[in-house]
Ligand binder design. Structure first.
Ligand code: SF4
Length: 365
Protein backbone atom coordinates (compact mmCIF):
# COMPACT_ATOMS: atom_id res chain seq x y z
CA UNK A 1 0.00 0.00 0.00
CA UNK A 2 1.49 3.40 -0.90
CA UNK A 3 2.65 5.29 2.12
CA UNK A 4 0.33 8.29 1.64
CA UNK A 5 -2.73 6.07 1.39
CA UNK A 6 -1.86 4.22 4.57
CA UNK A 7 -1.41 7.48 6.37
CA UNK A 8 -4.78 8.70 5.17
CA UNK A 9 -6.41 5.49 6.30
CA UNK A 10 -4.88 5.72 9.74
CA UNK A 11 -6.24 9.18 10.23
CA UNK A 12 -9.57 7.98 8.99
CA UNK A 13 -9.60 5.08 11.39
CA UNK A 14 -8.90 7.32 14.32
CA UNK A 15 -11.71 9.57 13.14
CA UNK A 16 -14.09 6.66 12.76
CA UNK A 17 -13.46 5.69 16.37
CA UNK A 18 -13.98 9.23 17.59
CA UNK A 19 -17.17 9.70 15.57
CA UNK A 20 -18.48 6.42 16.83
CA UNK A 21 -17.76 7.25 20.47
CA UNK A 22 -19.32 10.70 20.31
CA UNK A 23 -22.38 9.23 18.64
CA UNK A 24 -22.53 6.62 21.41
CA UNK A 25 -22.24 9.18 24.17
CA UNK A 26 -25.27 10.97 22.82
CA UNK A 27 -27.37 8.09 21.54
CA UNK A 28 -26.60 5.01 23.56
CA UNK A 29 -29.51 2.86 24.54
CA UNK A 30 -30.68 3.19 28.07
CA UNK A 31 -30.45 -0.42 29.22
CA UNK A 32 -30.65 -1.77 32.75
CA UNK A 33 -27.11 -3.17 32.57
CA UNK A 34 -25.55 -0.02 31.19
CA UNK A 35 -23.31 2.06 33.40
CA UNK A 36 -22.14 -0.86 35.49
CA UNK A 37 -18.61 -2.14 35.67
CA UNK A 38 -19.51 -5.04 37.91
CA UNK A 39 -18.18 -8.04 35.97
CA UNK A 40 -20.93 -10.29 37.33
CA UNK A 41 -23.67 -8.01 36.00
CA UNK A 42 -21.92 -7.56 32.68
CA UNK A 43 -21.63 -11.33 32.43
CA UNK A 44 -25.31 -11.98 33.17
CA UNK A 45 -26.44 -9.38 30.65
CA UNK A 46 -24.11 -10.65 27.95
CA UNK A 47 -25.22 -14.25 28.40
CA UNK A 48 -28.90 -13.31 28.32
CA UNK A 49 -28.38 -11.23 25.20
CA UNK A 50 -26.48 -13.92 23.34
CA UNK A 51 -29.57 -15.41 21.78
CA UNK A 52 -32.27 -13.08 22.96
CA UNK A 53 -33.52 -9.72 21.79
CA UNK A 54 -32.98 -6.78 24.12
CA UNK A 55 -36.71 -6.19 24.52
CA UNK A 56 -37.21 -9.75 25.69
CA UNK A 57 -34.02 -10.01 27.73
CA UNK A 58 -34.67 -6.87 29.76
CA UNK A 59 -37.20 -8.32 32.23
CA UNK A 60 -35.29 -11.56 32.55
CA UNK A 61 -32.15 -9.67 33.42
CA UNK A 62 -33.91 -7.58 36.06
CA UNK A 63 -35.52 -10.65 37.64
CA UNK A 64 -32.36 -12.68 37.47
CA UNK A 65 -30.16 -10.18 39.24
CA UNK A 66 -32.84 -9.41 41.78
CA UNK A 67 -32.87 -13.06 42.77
CA UNK A 68 -29.13 -13.63 42.21
CA UNK A 69 -27.42 -10.30 42.83
CA UNK A 70 -23.91 -11.73 42.90
CA UNK A 71 -21.79 -14.76 42.15
CA UNK A 72 -22.29 -16.31 45.59
CA UNK A 73 -26.08 -16.26 45.43
CA UNK A 74 -26.05 -17.89 42.00
CA UNK A 75 -23.51 -20.50 43.08
CA UNK A 76 -25.66 -21.43 46.08
CA UNK A 77 -28.90 -21.78 44.16
CA UNK A 78 -30.25 -25.11 43.06
CA UNK A 79 -30.31 -25.77 39.35
CA UNK A 80 -34.05 -26.08 39.12
CA UNK A 81 -34.54 -22.58 40.41
CA UNK A 82 -32.01 -21.19 37.96
CA UNK A 83 -33.72 -22.96 35.06
CA UNK A 84 -37.09 -21.79 36.28
CA UNK A 85 -35.99 -18.15 36.13
CA UNK A 86 -34.65 -18.82 32.67
CA UNK A 87 -37.84 -20.40 31.44
CA UNK A 88 -38.98 -18.96 28.15
CA UNK A 89 -35.58 -17.60 27.16
CA UNK A 90 -34.56 -20.86 25.49
CA UNK A 91 -31.03 -22.17 25.06
CA UNK A 92 -31.00 -23.47 28.58
CA UNK A 93 -27.37 -24.53 28.42
CA UNK A 94 -26.59 -20.85 28.91
CA UNK A 95 -28.21 -20.95 32.34
CA UNK A 96 -26.67 -24.28 33.26
CA UNK A 97 -23.21 -23.10 32.25
CA UNK A 98 -23.57 -19.87 34.22
CA UNK A 99 -24.58 -21.81 37.26
CA UNK A 100 -21.57 -24.13 36.89
CA UNK A 101 -19.25 -21.17 36.28
CA UNK A 102 -20.52 -19.40 39.40
CA UNK A 103 -19.67 -22.46 41.48
CA UNK A 104 -16.30 -22.59 39.79
CA UNK A 105 -15.63 -18.94 40.67
CA UNK A 106 -16.40 -19.75 44.28
CA UNK A 107 -14.07 -22.72 44.36
CA UNK A 108 -11.21 -21.51 42.16
CA UNK A 109 -11.27 -17.77 42.71
CA UNK A 110 -12.59 -17.50 46.22
CA UNK A 111 -15.90 -16.13 45.01
CA UNK A 112 -14.32 -13.11 43.37
CA UNK A 113 -14.93 -12.68 39.65
CA UNK A 114 -11.56 -13.25 37.93
CA UNK A 115 -9.95 -10.17 36.42
CA UNK A 116 -7.62 -11.66 33.85
CA UNK A 117 -8.87 -12.34 30.36
CA UNK A 118 -7.42 -15.87 30.40
CA UNK A 119 -9.13 -16.75 33.67
CA UNK A 120 -12.43 -15.32 32.44
CA UNK A 121 -12.11 -17.36 29.27
CA UNK A 122 -11.56 -20.51 31.32
CA UNK A 123 -15.09 -20.32 32.76
CA UNK A 124 -17.78 -22.56 31.40
CA UNK A 125 -19.99 -21.00 28.76
CA UNK A 126 -17.70 -18.02 28.25
CA UNK A 127 -16.25 -17.83 24.78
CA UNK A 128 -14.10 -15.25 23.03
CA UNK A 129 -16.93 -12.80 22.62
CA UNK A 130 -18.22 -12.80 26.19
CA UNK A 131 -14.71 -12.77 27.67
CA UNK A 132 -13.84 -9.76 25.54
CA UNK A 133 -17.06 -7.98 26.52
CA UNK A 134 -16.46 -8.55 30.23
CA UNK A 135 -12.74 -7.67 30.07
CA UNK A 136 -13.35 -4.47 28.17
CA UNK A 137 -16.47 -3.26 29.97
CA UNK A 138 -15.60 -4.27 33.52
CA UNK A 139 -11.80 -4.08 33.49
CA UNK A 140 -11.10 -1.65 30.66
CA UNK A 141 -8.90 -4.14 28.87
CA UNK A 142 -8.32 -3.70 25.13
CA UNK A 143 -10.22 -6.66 23.65
CA UNK A 144 -12.65 -6.49 20.77
CA UNK A 145 -15.99 -8.23 21.29
CA UNK A 146 -17.19 -9.35 17.88
CA UNK A 147 -20.86 -10.28 17.79
CA UNK A 148 -23.30 -10.36 14.88
CA UNK A 149 -23.77 -6.60 14.98
CA UNK A 150 -20.05 -5.97 14.81
CA UNK A 151 -19.66 -8.42 11.92
CA UNK A 152 -22.31 -6.58 9.96
CA UNK A 153 -21.16 -3.04 10.70
CA UNK A 154 -17.48 -3.72 10.03
CA UNK A 155 -18.18 -5.79 6.91
CA UNK A 156 -20.11 -2.85 5.49
CA UNK A 157 -17.78 -0.15 6.69
CA UNK A 158 -14.75 -1.81 5.07
CA UNK A 159 -16.53 -3.71 2.31
CA UNK A 160 -15.43 -7.16 3.48
CA UNK A 161 -16.22 -9.63 0.71
CA UNK A 162 -15.70 -12.82 2.72
CA UNK A 163 -18.81 -14.42 4.28
CA UNK A 164 -18.77 -13.07 7.83
CA UNK A 165 -19.74 -16.35 9.45
CA UNK A 166 -16.70 -18.12 8.01
CA UNK A 167 -13.51 -18.42 10.03
CA UNK A 168 -11.68 -16.28 7.52
CA UNK A 169 -14.40 -13.63 7.44
CA UNK A 170 -14.50 -13.44 11.21
CA UNK A 171 -10.73 -13.11 11.37
CA UNK A 172 -10.72 -10.26 8.86
CA UNK A 173 -13.47 -8.43 10.77
CA UNK A 174 -11.68 -8.95 14.06
CA UNK A 175 -8.43 -7.53 12.71
CA UNK A 176 -10.20 -4.49 11.27
CA UNK A 177 -12.07 -3.93 14.53
CA UNK A 178 -8.83 -4.14 16.51
CA UNK A 179 -7.42 -1.34 14.42
CA UNK A 180 -10.31 0.86 15.50
CA UNK A 181 -10.19 -0.08 19.18
CA UNK A 182 -9.15 2.89 21.34
CA UNK A 183 -6.88 2.20 24.30
CA UNK A 184 -8.74 4.46 26.65
CA UNK A 185 -12.37 3.35 26.22
CA UNK A 186 -12.46 -0.21 24.88
CA UNK A 187 -15.70 -1.10 26.69
CA UNK A 188 -17.55 1.94 25.38
CA UNK A 189 -16.20 1.24 21.91
CA UNK A 190 -17.47 -2.35 21.88
CA UNK A 191 -20.88 -1.28 23.07
CA UNK A 192 -20.92 1.60 20.60
CA UNK A 193 -20.56 -0.67 17.56
CA UNK A 194 -23.21 -3.00 18.95
CA UNK A 195 -25.60 -0.10 19.42
CA UNK A 196 -24.84 1.24 15.99
CA UNK A 197 -25.57 -2.22 14.60
CA UNK A 198 -28.88 -2.54 16.38
CA UNK A 199 -30.12 1.03 15.93
CA UNK A 200 -28.67 2.31 12.65
CA UNK A 201 -26.72 -0.26 10.68
CA UNK A 202 -29.58 -2.76 10.93
CA UNK A 203 -29.68 -5.95 8.82
CA UNK A 204 -32.18 -4.72 6.24
CA UNK A 205 -32.33 -1.18 4.93
CA UNK A 206 -29.68 0.36 7.17
CA UNK A 207 -30.42 3.93 8.17
CA UNK A 208 -27.37 5.41 6.48
CA UNK A 209 -28.90 8.89 6.56
CA UNK A 210 -28.58 8.89 10.36
CA UNK A 211 -25.25 7.12 10.51
CA UNK A 212 -22.30 8.94 12.06
CA UNK A 213 -19.91 6.87 9.94
CA UNK A 214 -21.54 7.39 6.54
CA UNK A 215 -18.61 9.56 5.38
CA UNK A 216 -16.12 6.77 5.87
CA UNK A 217 -18.36 3.85 4.96
CA UNK A 218 -17.22 1.97 1.88
CA UNK A 219 -20.54 0.33 1.01
CA UNK A 220 -22.33 3.62 1.46
CA UNK A 221 -20.01 5.09 -1.13
CA UNK A 222 -20.58 2.22 -3.55
CA UNK A 223 -24.29 1.76 -2.84
CA UNK A 224 -23.85 -1.87 -1.79
CA UNK A 225 -25.38 -1.52 1.66
CA UNK A 226 -27.85 -4.33 1.11
CA UNK A 227 -25.37 -6.72 -0.48
CA UNK A 228 -23.05 -6.97 2.50
CA UNK A 229 -22.39 -8.79 4.72
CA UNK A 230 -22.20 -11.94 2.65
CA UNK A 231 -23.92 -14.82 4.40
CA UNK A 232 -23.35 -18.53 4.01
CA UNK A 233 -26.41 -20.69 3.58
CA UNK A 234 -27.95 -21.86 6.81
CA UNK A 235 -27.68 -25.41 8.05
CA UNK A 236 -30.73 -27.45 7.13
CA UNK A 237 -33.47 -27.55 9.71
CA UNK A 238 -34.28 -30.93 11.16
CA UNK A 239 -37.96 -31.73 11.59
CA UNK A 240 -39.04 -33.77 14.59
CA UNK A 241 -42.45 -35.13 15.48
CA UNK A 242 -43.41 -35.22 19.13
CA UNK A 243 -46.55 -36.66 20.64
CA UNK A 244 -47.05 -35.56 24.23
CA UNK A 245 -49.39 -37.36 26.56
CA UNK A 246 -50.97 -35.12 29.10
CA UNK A 247 -52.39 -37.55 31.61
CA UNK A 248 -55.09 -36.41 33.99
CA UNK A 249 -55.91 -38.57 36.87
CA UNK A 250 -57.81 -37.23 39.79
CA UNK A 251 -56.01 -33.87 39.78
CA UNK A 252 -52.62 -35.42 39.14
CA UNK A 253 -50.42 -35.68 36.09
CA UNK A 254 -47.12 -37.34 35.13
CA UNK A 255 -43.88 -35.75 34.07
CA UNK A 256 -40.32 -36.78 33.44
CA UNK A 257 -37.00 -34.97 33.36
CA UNK A 258 -35.14 -35.03 30.06
CA UNK A 259 -31.74 -36.48 30.72
CA UNK A 260 -30.36 -37.28 27.28
CA UNK A 261 -27.88 -35.19 25.44
CA UNK A 262 -30.57 -33.51 23.41
CA UNK A 263 -32.61 -30.31 23.45
CA UNK A 264 -34.14 -29.23 26.78
CA UNK A 265 -31.87 -31.35 28.95
CA UNK A 266 -32.99 -31.32 32.60
CA UNK A 267 -36.31 -29.74 31.81
CA UNK A 268 -39.52 -31.58 32.63
CA UNK A 269 -42.18 -32.74 30.21
CA UNK A 270 -45.15 -35.02 29.81
CA UNK A 271 -44.57 -38.58 28.58
CA UNK A 272 -43.30 -38.19 25.04
CA UNK A 273 -43.37 -40.42 22.00
CA UNK A 274 -41.14 -39.28 19.17
CA UNK A 275 -41.72 -40.61 15.68
CA UNK A 276 -39.92 -39.97 12.41
CA UNK A 277 -43.06 -38.79 10.66
CA UNK A 278 -46.32 -37.22 11.79
CA UNK A 279 -48.81 -39.68 13.24
CA UNK A 280 -52.58 -39.51 13.57
CA UNK A 281 -54.49 -40.71 16.59
CA UNK A 282 -55.17 -44.13 14.97
CA UNK A 283 -51.45 -44.72 14.58
CA UNK A 284 -50.79 -43.49 18.07
CA UNK A 285 -53.16 -46.05 19.51
CA UNK A 286 -51.24 -48.76 17.62
CA UNK A 287 -47.85 -47.44 18.67
CA UNK A 288 -45.73 -49.83 20.76
CA UNK A 289 -44.43 -47.24 23.17
CA UNK A 290 -47.91 -45.96 23.70
CA UNK A 291 -49.25 -49.40 24.39
CA UNK A 292 -46.46 -50.17 26.79
CA UNK A 293 -47.29 -47.09 28.77
CA UNK A 294 -50.96 -47.83 29.02
CA UNK A 295 -50.98 -51.55 29.48
CA UNK A 296 -53.21 -52.37 32.43
CA UNK A 297 -54.73 -48.89 32.43
CA UNK A 298 -58.28 -47.92 31.77
CA UNK A 299 -58.59 -44.77 29.76
CA UNK A 300 -61.80 -42.85 30.23
CA UNK A 301 -61.28 -40.30 27.49
CA UNK A 302 -58.74 -39.02 25.02
CA UNK A 303 -58.89 -35.47 23.64
CA UNK A 304 -56.81 -33.82 21.01
CA UNK A 305 -54.57 -33.45 19.26
CA UNK A 306 -53.67 -29.90 20.26
CA UNK A 307 -51.09 -29.04 17.69
CA UNK A 308 -48.09 -26.71 18.00
CA UNK A 309 -45.16 -25.93 15.79
CA UNK A 310 -42.07 -24.88 17.68
CA UNK A 311 -38.97 -23.46 16.05
CA UNK A 312 -35.50 -23.97 17.49
CA UNK A 313 -32.20 -22.98 15.86
CA UNK A 314 -31.73 -26.07 13.74
CA UNK A 315 -34.86 -28.00 14.57
CA UNK A 316 -38.52 -27.61 13.97
CA UNK A 317 -40.68 -29.48 16.42
CA UNK A 318 -44.14 -30.55 15.31
CA UNK A 319 -45.95 -31.40 18.49
CA UNK A 320 -49.29 -33.00 19.11
CA UNK A 321 -50.58 -32.99 22.66
CA UNK A 322 -53.26 -35.45 23.72
CA UNK A 323 -55.17 -35.19 26.95
CA UNK A 324 -55.83 -38.56 28.48
CA UNK A 325 -58.25 -38.91 31.33
CA UNK A 326 -57.54 -41.97 33.42
CA UNK A 327 -59.30 -43.92 36.08
CA UNK A 328 -58.57 -43.01 39.61
CA UNK A 329 -56.16 -45.30 41.39
CA UNK A 330 -55.33 -47.51 38.42
CA UNK A 331 -51.95 -49.27 38.43
CA UNK A 332 -49.66 -48.05 35.75
CA UNK A 333 -46.80 -49.66 33.96
CA UNK A 334 -45.09 -46.29 33.76
CA UNK A 335 -45.14 -45.38 37.41
CA UNK A 336 -41.42 -45.89 37.93
CA UNK A 337 -40.29 -43.86 34.93
CA UNK A 338 -42.44 -40.85 35.65
CA UNK A 339 -43.05 -38.55 38.51
CA UNK A 340 -46.59 -38.13 39.65
CA UNK A 341 -47.36 -34.52 40.55
CA UNK A 342 -50.38 -32.42 41.36
CA UNK A 343 -51.36 -31.09 37.97
CA UNK A 344 -51.60 -27.47 39.04
CA UNK A 345 -48.06 -27.54 40.33
CA UNK A 346 -46.47 -28.22 36.99
CA UNK A 347 -45.47 -24.59 36.58
CA UNK A 348 -43.15 -25.00 39.54
CA UNK A 349 -40.92 -27.23 37.43
CA UNK A 350 -38.61 -25.93 34.75
CA UNK A 351 -40.30 -26.77 31.45
CA UNK A 352 -39.70 -25.93 27.80
CA UNK A 353 -41.44 -23.06 26.10
CA UNK A 354 -43.40 -25.53 24.04
CA UNK A 355 -44.81 -27.24 27.15
CA UNK A 356 -45.54 -23.84 28.59
CA UNK A 357 -47.45 -22.76 25.49
CA UNK A 358 -49.61 -25.83 25.64
CA UNK A 359 -50.31 -25.49 29.35
CA UNK A 360 -51.19 -21.84 29.00
CA UNK A 361 -53.55 -22.34 26.13
CA UNK A 362 -55.05 -25.75 26.51
CA UNK A 363 -54.64 -27.66 29.68
CA UNK A 364 -57.45 -26.09 31.62
CA UNK A 365 -60.17 -26.35 29.10
S1 SF4 B 1 -23.36 4.20 6.33
FE1 SF4 B 1 -24.99 2.71 6.30
S2 SF4 B 1 -24.04 0.78 5.82
FE2 SF4 B 1 -22.43 2.18 6.41
S3 SF4 B 1 -22.11 1.79 8.56
FE3 SF4 B 1 -23.56 3.46 8.41
S4 SF4 B 1 -25.57 2.50 8.44
FE4 SF4 B 1 -24.07 0.90 8.03
Amino acid sequence: MPHHRMKRQQTTRHQITQQLLSWYDENKRDLPWRGTDDPYLVWVSEIILQQTRVSQGWDYYVRFIRRFPNVASLANANEEEVLKLWQGLGYYSRARNMHAAAKDIVSRFNGKFPTSHTDILSLKGIGEYTAAAISSIAFNEPHVAVDGNVLRVIARLFEVEEPVQSTKGKRIVKELTKELLPEERPGAFNQAIMDLGSLICIPRQPRCGDCPLANSCMVYATGRTEELPIRIKKKKTRRRYFTYLHIRQNGNTYIRRRTDNDIWRNLYEFPLIETDKPIEIEELLQNDEYNQLFRETTLLAIDGPFTYKHQLTHQQIHANFYRLTMEKGAVHAFMDQYKQIVEEEIERYPISRLMHKYIETNSNE
